[in-house]
Design a protein around this ligand. Structure first.
Ligand code: DNO
Length: 344
């Protein structure tokens, strides 16, 4: 296991030197953020990120994410052009020492929560999801927390229109087409692909979502058995689906889990939840049982604490402050140490 930390590049307000000070920290997880989706990243930009990380005593072996162009997800004729660019990104990442690329295949939107500043009794804040707030959203004029600047109104309605009639099967076929096409580049560069689950793991706004439960992974690995086809095991995303048995899935797929995002969430009723501190006692995700399942089944991937609360007066990007993620990292390292020693 290698403990890592998400770092949003030079614009991140958290200095690399602080990240390095977190006990057990080996490296950063980052990306080139200023290149439009579908284009090849300038290798100089990758090298610059790596140099900055290395100078701070940190590795840069994980990229999150190389985003997948919507034309690939839609299966449009232009997808082959974007897949070629994606392959070049894989080769370039491999050339600078990247071993794992995290990506997702969610149509239009990535993660989704209804509140970025849910207030806890102790004064901390975190992301949360409430079904009633979701139902209130105006689908013809979507304003989503955290997404308001991502698309213009026209772009968004054009994209939603393009997905009309998209079925789960078609989307899955498009994912398989993409993976089969990029596997030779992964073989050549020895880079593992780690698909991030849909967050939350169900359809939203009539858009199909296909990576959120055990049967989805079974059919994904059956369709593309190449070992470079793997998973980002995100407990916050998968855990939002109460149908998922996370320790069971962690055990079953441990050898395909190249990247683990361990985080906590707590349900307040059947559908609503808020994110919380990492400890098992803080919510519904049994982090201890998941770590145990991973270790017992030979997990050898990267790990990062995920979505922390804003605590100690920090006013950070929601989910991505320093303090609570550092505490989460320390907790996870402690769990791994205990479980690994018990196994010996
Ligand atoms: C949210 C993250 C996701 C994740 C992407 C990976 O905080 O977990 O945005 O980075 O889905 O492609």
């Amino acid at each position: 296991m290698k403990l890592t930390f998400r770092w949003y590049g030079e614009k991140d307000c958290i200095p690399l030197s602080y990240i390095k000070q977190i006990q057990g920290m080996t490296g950063v997880v980052t990306a080139v953020y200023d290149t439009p989706v579908g284009e090849v990243w300038d290798i100089e930009k990758l090298l610059r990120l790596k140099k900055l990380a290395n100078e701070a005593g940190l590795e840069m072996e994980v990229i999150e994410s190389v985003p997948v162009h919507e034309d690939i997800k839609l299966g449009r004729p232009t997808r082959d052009k974007y897949i070629e660019a994606y392959k070049q990104n894989i080769l370039n990442c491999g050339a600078v020492g990247v071993k794992c690329i995290c990506y997702n295949f969610m149509p239009v939107f990535d993660w989704f929560r209804t509140n970025l500043y849910y207030k806890h009794e102790d004064g901390s804040t975190s992301l949360s999801y409430a079904e009633a707030d979701f139902l209130k959203l105006d689908k013809t004029n979507l304003r989503l927390p955290g997404w308001d600047e991502s698309y213009s109104k026209e772009e968004l309605s054009g994209l939603l229109k393009a997905y009309e009639g998209m079925t789960h099967e078609k989307l899955f076929d498009n994912l398989v087409y993409f993976l089969r096409a990029i596997m030779p580049a992964c073989d050549e560069a020895d880079v593992n692909m780690a698909i991030h689950p849909d967050d939350p793991p169900w359809d939203i706004f009539d858009l199909p979502r296909i990576v959120g439960r055990e049967s989805d992974y079974d059919r994904l690995f059956a369709a593309v058995p190449n070992k470079h086809n793997g998973i980002t095991f995100c407990t916050g995303s998968l855990g939002a689906g109460r149908f998922n048995d996370l320790p069971k899935m962690a055990a079953k797929y441990a050898s395909r889990i190249y990247f683990a995002h361990l985080r906590q969430l707590k349900f307040t009723n059947d559908t609503d939840f808020y994110e919380n501190g990492h400890q098992t006692a803080e919510g519904n995700v049994d982090v201890y049982a998941i770590v145990k399942a991973l270790v017992q089944n030979g997990f050898d991937g990267y790990l990062r604490p995920d979505h922390g609360r804003n605590i100690w007066g920090e006013d950070a990007k929601p989910g991505y402050g320093l303090f609570d993620r550092a505490l989460g990292g320390a907790y996870l390292v402690g769990l791994f140490e205990a479980v690994e020693k018990d196994l010996k």
